[in-house]
Design a protein around this ligand. Structure first.
Ligand SMILES: C[S@@+](CC[C@H](N)C(=O)[O-])C[C@H]1O[C@@H](n2cnc3c(N)ncnc32)[C@H](O)[C@@H]1O
Length: 217
């Protein structure tokens, strides 16, 4: 399962004890994401996390929303091993083993699910426009009717980058790979709508990030 290379600062994870990886950014944004999930996700059902990363997020989400059965996933086997290590350590019964999922590959939406919730943090700026469209269409297919998808990360707003940090990060991404970089929030909403995901909330998050809440029509 090949995956795109990204510059080092785009996906920082340090080795931690017990086979775990630790991402400082994931530790920082866990609490705000839990707050958003508590306000915008169903209380029970099946929840898929795409691009789970280290496992810090899904461990926190599953503890805070125990009525959901969580299914973490990632393209990277090292991240999947870390996810499983966090979940085992936390002793969480409502989290499955991490599965291999390339969310930008056509076809997966018909093979897994249906999910009442799909959570995605910090991936769209690391993939191309075309890959983003595939991901949205597959996620829509994997959602149950009325299911929700939360997409968190950095975005352009009306074409603009909102801070100097965002400008230099986006420039570093595009220097590394001209196909990747920040997506415009309105463009993402239009792509989502065209495959049956309607934007129901756009939430300001710390560090100039956004969470977009989509609902399957
Ligand atoms: C910046 S990290 C974000 C991790 C986590 N969601 C977070 O916010 O802390 C990006 C993650 O996406 C994963 N990834 C990259 N390309 C992917 C793809 N095509 N499908 C699924 N996961 C992918 C990487 O392995 C990495 O774990």
């Amino acid at each position: 399962m090949p995956f795109r290379s990204v510059p080092g600062q785009a996906s920082v994870a340090e080795d931690a004890e017990g086979g775990k990886l630790f991402a400082p950014a994931a530790a920082r944004n866990l609490a705000p994401l839990i707050e958003v999930l508590q306000a915008h996700s169903p209380r029970k059902g099946q929840a898929l996390e795409i691009a789970s990363g280290t496992g810090q997020h899904v461990t926190g989400f599953a503890g805070a929303l125990p009525g959901l059965a969580w299914h973490p996933s990632d393209i990277d086997p090292a991240r999947r091993a870390s996810i499983d290590a966090y979940v085992t350590e936390a002793g969480l019964a409502n989290v499955a083993r991490a599965v291999a999922l390339d969310a930008t590959a056509p076809g997966w939406g018909a093979l897994i699910g249906p999910f009442d919730l799909i959570m995605l943090a910090n991936l769209l700026h690391l993939v191309s426009a075309e890959e983003t469209r595939v991901l949205l269409a597959e996620a829509r297919q994997a959602l149950a009717p009325g299911g929700r998808m939360l997409v968190y990360g950095p975005f352009r707003r009306a074409g603009f980058l909102v801070s100097e940090g965002d400008q230099s990060f986006d420039a570093a991404l595009q220097t590394h790979d001209p196909d990747i970089g920040y997506k415009d929030v309105d463009t993402v909403a239009t792509w989502a709508a065209s495959c049956g995901l309607v934007l129901s909330a756009r939430l300001e998050m710390p560090a100039h990030n956004l969470t977009l809440v989509f609902q399957r029509t």
